[in-house]
Design a protein around this ligand. Structure first.
Ligand SMILES: [Zn+2]
Length: 345
């Protein structure tokens, strides 16, 4: 059996029917419903509600000012809704690196604490993001308590969230929060994060960029042609004491199962060499064929491909926390997820 941690409060980030810049918003509650239903029917998953660990473990990754911003911004910005035509609260005027004035205006707060327009702030966003992080923490706790694997069915996702900025559908960096929690509860011991989402996990990379205690390894679409554009190059290897503890493996548009699995083996070799006590996997299914989030033709991973990816990660044989990230093609999401997760059941 695979223990799955899920909280229906995550659906309070109700983006159903949302349109931003003329495009239907892809990170919708239906995604989590599909995954939850498929796992409930699988016969090899048991569903667990998360415990509440408070904001303490969140503050190990995110700044206090940013957490306060997330909690308050939907309310603070509500009186200004008319400026955006009554739509969701979104970034509009982004603070450049050379900004000099710290205005308390809600619009200025959003401009400092987001880096794109894919993170709407709705009345239920904080409750959902908070619940999502608690799912990741609860899965980490299960593994600390001796379970070989636990799966956090997180929504909204997390790996693009920086320590003080939301972006790319992400508000709280669930994988980073889980990794830090594991690290702190084992005397700063070695944790590896393997990120198999289609997009580079820029937030996770940055949070641990100078930390030799967390290895970050990512396979993702080449940022020369794909979001998040400003991170994810093979030359980014960490800094200071963290030099060498970041490994980026960018892949070209059109990458299929065989090419992906070849590079996955390199990633797994790096994890083995690091010899982590715990493994956190940022699990995205948006590398699946035809995923609508891709700006290029995307990757072409198949259901069989995801099964093999799962088996090879499982073969690392480490205590593993699986944290759900992306995956936006609703008609193949369940099959891809079940194929991958079955390896851990
Ligand atoms: Zn993604």
């Amino acid at each position: 059996m695979l223990k799955t941690v899920y909280d229906p409060k995550q659906q309070q980030h109700d983006t159903t029917g949302l349109v931003i810049q003329g495009q239907a918003f892809l990170e919708v509650p239906r995604r989590a419903e599909i995954l939850q239903t498929a796992l409930a029917q699988s016969g090899w998953c048991s569903q667990i509600e998360p415990k509440d660990y408070g904001t303490g473990p969140l503050a190990e990754v995110h700044s206090p000012g940013y957490l306060e911003f997330l909690e308050q911004i939907a309310t603070l910005a509500a009186p200004y809704g008319h400026i955006q035509g009554g739509g969701p609260t979104l970034g509009d005027t982004f603070a450049p690196g050379v900004a000099r004035h710290f205005s308390p205006h809600p619009w200025a707060k959003i401009g400092r604490h987001t880096f794109d327009v894919s993170v709407p702030f709705l009345p239920g966003t904080w409750a959902a993001a908070y619940a999502s992080a608690q799912c990741a923490l609860s899965a980490a706790e299960l593994v600390l308590d001796g379970d070989r694997t636990a799966y956090a069915l997180c929504r909204p996702p997390g790996h693009h969230a920086l320590s003080a900025q939301a972006g790319g559908y992400c508000y709280l960096n669930n994988a980073a929060i889980a990794a830090r929690y594991l690290q702190r509860h084992h005397g700063g011991m070695r944790v590896a994060i393997l990120d198999i989402d289609y997009h580079h996990g820029n937030g996770t990379q940055e949070i641990f960029y100078a930390d030799p205690g967390v290895l970050y390894v990512s396979l993702h679409a080449d940022p020369d042609e794909e979001y998040p554009f400003y991170w994810g190059g093979a030359d980014e290897r960490g800094i200071g004491a963290g030099q060498g503890a970041t490994l980026n493996l960018p892949l070209p548009a059109g990458t299929g199962d065989a090419q992906y699995l070849d590079v996955l083996d390199d990633a797994l070799d790096a994890v083995r060499e690091y010899a982590p006590i715990f493994l956190v996997v940022s699990v995205g299914f948006d590398g699946g064929q035809g995923d609508p989030s891709a700006l290029t033709k995307g990757f072409a991973l198949t259901q069989d491909g995801f099964a093999t990816i799962g088996q090879r990660i499982r073969a690392l044989d480490r205590p593993t926390v699986l944290v759900q990230e992306g995956g936006y093609r609703l008609d193949t999401l369940a099959d891809n997820a079940l194929s991958f997760l079955r390896a851990f059941a």
